[in-house]
Design a protein around this ligand. Structure first.
Ligand code: ZN
Length: 81
């Protein structure tokens, strides 16, 4: 394994966070939802990626770069109350 290409976590079927089977779930609480609907900037604190095929949650990340990227993700699914 090359050190320049760090491996990402995958589920049991081998999908990583960039596969279309991956379903990001934003963990940011009710206050962030209010901010979301009022247009205030709300970057999620944490994202959990689960596979839509096997259902396994294979990665939970708080990397700022990932959070920013998925904040604009067009096909998000969010844990609603
Ligand atoms: Zn899977």
């Amino acid at each position: 394994m090359s050190p320049s290409t760090p491996s990402r976590p995958t589920c049991r079927c081998g999908h990583d966070r960039y596969h279309h089977f991956a379903r990001p779930s934003f963990k940011n609480g009710v206050g962030a939802w209010v901010a979301f609907f009022t247009g205030v900037s709300a970057t999620p604190k944490e994202i959990a990626f689960a596979c839509a095929r096997c259902g396994e949650t294979f990665e939970v990340t708080r990397e700022p770069a990932v959070l920013r990227a998925y904040r604009r993700y067009p096909d998000i699914s969010v844990d609603r109350p």
